[in-house]
Write a protein that binds this ligand. Structure first.
Ligand code: PMP
Length: 426
């Protein structure tokens, strides 16, 4: 009765199929970097609930902070009678986010809402309508964020029409034939063909494209976007929802290019497993909307804020930004060895952005191999490894381990990945 298969049958009957699940693994409990299912099987977690549990499942300090908050109150609404943790968290984020400008923060609950609010704030600030996003970008599942998202199946198919005044530039991925110059040219063309820069409110980009395939924005292109936005008074929005909170070997991935974003989203990793999201940005831009124009019932929930304060403390005290780089280096070494053994199947390895690591599987003829990717994914779960895939071509393995993962568990997980790989290619 209590098998994974039995739960899957009940889920299929009770929950809409659109909210699909990658693996038939029903979780009983999770701690640190390990997860156990209802049948008692143990898994090593290379997914962290999609880049959320950067401090591991139920980090003792996060657990303690949330428990302490629960003893005081669970909800009052930050827009009615606010509280200390939201103010303290905003103060900390205003300092942690890159760049010297004075910052302000607003809270919501999900990543998609954070993105939506960036567009609202940028429009209120500029009085303009146009928004530019990029091929392969992922910004959420609400209608505005779907409009910004640059991948059709499974996200956009049948859900249109999408909001207007959204334009899409080419995202530079030299590995798949789009150079930085191509991407610069495509942006220049958009300004000629679709939206005059003086009508453009915002440009939004992920500093490392997430769902699209784990492609870092080349520094040169990020700096170009900063220059274009400065030249035309456009708000530069960096979507750090997947890349923030130590994930990439910096506190925020935008630090790699050395630019200061105008607005930045955060979600996922911020609260280590509790729903919290928001926007931090230049104070004068953040203050463009009038009181009541931003927010929501659960915006900046006290539980989420308490968790986030503990997460930031843990990232600092356990030096998890440094650890993120070490984890990336360990992945790189092991995946490169795998590539040397199987040069035609293992294509590009991206391990230059801390613990946000990717590997592309290819066919002998050099084309992306989504079939092998799917087979290997299933084999990994059978062998006790939670792992995720992504990419425009469905051929990218993405690794998002907790930054608290020990060397022993990391090695065990990599051993499982390798063994699964060797098995499926036989
Ligand atoms: N932006 C990025 C870059 C993301 O990775 C995600 C989630 N994968 C979102 C936005 C949407 O966040 P949420 O699912 O919390 O709405």
């Amino acid at each position: 009765e209590y098998t994974n298969a039995a739960w899957q049958t009940r889920k299929n009957a009770a929950m809409a199929r659109g909210e699909g699940n990658i693996a038939q693994v029903f979780v009983d409990r999770a701690l640190g970097s390990e997860v156990w299912d209802v049948e008692g099987n143990r898994y090593i977690d290379f997914g962290t609930g999609i880049a959320v549990c950067n401090t591991g499942h139920l980090h003792p300090k996060v657990h303690a902070a949330v428990t302490a908050q629960l003893e005081r109150f669970s909800h009052t609404c930050v827009m009615v009678t606010p509280y200390d943790s939201a103010v303290e968290l905003a103060e900390q984020l205003n300092v942690l986010t890159p760049g010297p400008s004075p910052k302000k923060t607003m809270f919501v609950t999900t990543g998609a809402e954070a993105v939506e609010n960036c567009i609202k704030i940028a429009r209120a600030h500029t009085g303009r309508r146009g928004v530019i996003a990029f091929d392969g970008g992922y910004h959420g599942r609400t209608l505005m964020t779907l409009g910004l998202t640059g991948k059709t199946a499974p996200y956009k198919t049948k859900f249109g029409p999408f909001p207007g005044d959204i334009y899409r530039g080419q995202f530079p991925v030299p590995y798949h034939g789009v150079s930085v110059d191509d991407a610069k040219r495509s942006l220049a063309m958009l300004f000629k063909t679709d939206v005059d820069p003086s009508d453009c409110a915002a440009i939004i980009i992920e500093p490392v494209q997430g769902e699209g395939g784990f492609y870092p924005v080349p520094d040169e292109f990020m700096q170009h976007l900063r220059e274009v936005c400065d030249a035309h008074g456009i708000v530069l929005v960096l979507d750090e929802i997947q890349t923030g909170f130590g994930r990439t070997g910096k506190f925020f991935a935008s630090e790699y290019s050395g630019i200061e974003p105008d607005l930045m989203t955060f979600a996922k990793g911020v609260a280590g497993g509790f729903p919290l999201a928001g926007v931090t940005g230049k104070a004068e831009i953040m203050d463009a909307p009038a009181p009541g124009g931003l927010g929501g019932t659960y915006a900046g929930s006290p539980i989420g804020c308490a968790a986030a304060l503990a997460v930031i403390d843990v990232i600092k005290s356990e030096k998890l930004v440094e650890r993120s780089k070490e984890i990336g280096a360990i992945f790189k070494k092991r995946l490169t060895a795998l590539q040397e053994r199987h040069p035609s199947l293992v294509g590009d390895i991206r391990a230059e952005r801390g613990a946000m690591v990717a590997l592309e599987l290819m066919n002998e003829d050099g084309s992306p191999n989504p079939v092998l990717t799917k087979t290997l994914l299933e084999e990994c779960y059978r062998n006790g490894l939670i792992v995720l895939t992504c990419g425009m071509y469905g051929n990218v393995f993405r690794f998002l381990p907790a930054l608290t993962m020990s060397d022993e568990i990391l090695t065990e997980g990599l051993d499982l990945f390798e063994a699964s790989f060797e098995k499926v290619i036989q």
